[in-house]
Design a protein around this ligand. Structure first.
Ligand code: ARG
Length: 475
């Protein structure tokens, strides 16, 4: 059913209808559209614009429609243009002309963005909750390996040994920032647009503040032209999703590398691995690869919405209909990827012996020699030079740093004595890195504890919001 047509003498061409149509994807907005219609109905009724008995009939029909949508008994049909027209058809089929009463003071322009904000908030909460579960998995895994050493890398070259728990826990910092960003996003997303009308507000005695309150929004639009035009909340959500995807892709890359035969650090569980159709021996870390690969579309969706918005005149333009599919796709992608990555992390075991054996190799303790000299008041540049000479001597004679003789140390720098061997052990190197945020295991334990605490705070905020949201939806 078309929501317009009075001034037209001909029906739209098939191609026009085909290009305009969005109901095949925006049907997902139906529950939010019905809920915002109930809020609009309330305002129309309290301001006397709809008679009480008509309002009651519409309310009953909307609630009926709501359960029919939920059960699948009422669905969009081929002649429906979008979710709004499909639902108005449903109402009119039940009520006759009265079904069209809700359009007073409301345009699809303020309606669609209200629905989309509700949809985005609802799904943002679902994603945020999955992120807190991912963080639990990361931090729990990290705590299993706090006292295990491994080489830490820069440029994918052995750099300095680290606590492997520290190595894993770093990812929780990235996702904690994402959770923080999500929390902040709500301030700008939770703004009601209903009452802005087509673009200019309404001459009818509507009450946008009341509608906003009814729908649980934190605030209400300040400028009706901006209200129907603003899709910053979509772009910002897509940025958050793209960044989450980027963080997931870096985990994906690490896990893939660590599971390789060359590293053989990570044993990804069978449950989270896949096989090859031709090579019977293969066990591939496909979840890690998909986490890495899916980040492409998350980034692409952000770019496509920003590109659509760039240079767009304010108020409503049909281009804005292109805001939905990228948002839906990013949400659907993360709803698939997050549980898989969480499960993969939770069930991966690491080879402690192999990592510990690798920790001191590649001369990763060379900095200890330089720091040893600095503690004897040798300027760092000189100390660095001397430590470099130790590495060079080891390389040319096929030895490790602790295998150099006292005489060789003394020859490289007079302040370098056999005492340096005490710092040329991995555990000593780890334990000594006690500056805040450092890799000393006692600090890593503290770090994990604090991040878990932060994560619980996020989880609580999300649960509170989710409870309020579902109460609003079922009101
Ligand atoms: N389906 C449209 C969208 O998603 C609804 C708004 C249509 N408004 C209009 N003036 N044609 O943006």
């Amino acid at each position: 059913m078309a929501l317009w047509g009075g001034r037209f003498s001909e029906a739209p061409a098939d191609a026009v209808f085909a290009l305009s149509r969005s109901v095949h994807y925006d049907w997902r907005l139906a529950p939010y559209d019905i809920r915002s219609s109930l809020a609009h109905l309330f305002v129309l009724e309290t301001s006397g614009l709809i008679a009480e008995n008509d309002a009651e009939a519409i309310r009953t029909a909307l609630k009926e429609l709501s359960s029919q949508v939920l059960s699948g008994a009422f669905t969009a049909e081929s002649q429906d243009e979008d979710v709004h027209s499909a639902l108005e058809r449903g109402l009119t089929q039940k009520l006759g002309a009265v079904g069209g009463a809700l359009r007073a003071g409301r345009s699809r322009n303020d309606q669609v963005t209200t629905d989309l904000r509700l949809f985005a908030m609802d799904h943002m909460l679902e994603i945020a909750s999955l992120l807190t579960e991912l963080n639990w998995a990361i931090l729990n895994k990290a705590s299993e390996y706090v006292n295990d050493s491994a080489p830490g890398f820069t440029h994918i070259q052995h750099a300095q040994p680290v606590s492997f728990g520290h190595e894993i826990a770093k990812h929780a910092q990235a996702f904690s920032r994402d959770l923080d960003r999500i929390n902040d996003w709500f301030k700008r997303a939770s703004v009601s647009s209903l009452g802005a009308g087509a673009l200019a507000g309404s001459s009818l005695p509507l009450n946008p503040e009341l509608t906003a309150k009814n729908l649980g929004f934190e605030s209400v639009f300040a400028n009706s032209i901006d209200a129907v035009s603003d899709r910053d909340y979509v772009a910002e959500a897509l940025f958050i999703f793209a960044l989450v995807g980027t963080h997931l892709s870096r985990i994906g890359e690490e896990w893939t590398l660590w599971a390789s035969t060359e590293f053989a650090w990570a044993k990804v569980s069978d449950q989270y691995s896949t096989g090859s159709s031709i090579m019977p021996q293969k066990k591939n870390p496909d979840m890690a690869e998909l986490a890495r690969g899916k980040s492409g579309r998350l980034l692409g969706n952000l770019v496509s919405v920003l590109t659509m918005l760039k240079g767009l005149p304010f108020a409503y333009n049909r281009d804005l209909q292109e805001d939905k599919e990228p948002l839906f796709d990013s949400i659907d992608t993360l709803l698939l990827v997050l549980p898989a990555v969480t499960g993969m992390i939770a069930t991966t075991e690491f080879d402690r012996e192999k990592m510990a054996a690798a920790a001191p190799t590649g001369f990763s303790l060379a900095t200890e020699i330089a720091d040893y000299l600095v503690r004897k008041n040798i300027p760092f540049a000189t100390a660095h030079e001397s430590a470099g000479k130790c590495v060079s001597l080891c390389e040319s004679t096929g030895r490790q740093l602790h295998q150099l003789t006292d005489a060789e140390f003394g020859h490289i720098h007079p302040a370098l004595d056999g005492g340096v061997r005490e710092v040329l052990v991995v555990s000593g190197a780890l334990d000594s890195r006690t500056t805040s945020g450092g890799t000393a295991p006692i600090l890593v334990v503290e770090q994990i504890k604090q991040t878990l605490e932060l994560n619980s705070q996020h989880a609580k905020k999300i649960a509170d919001r989710a409870r309020a949201f579902s109460e609003m939806m079922s009101a």
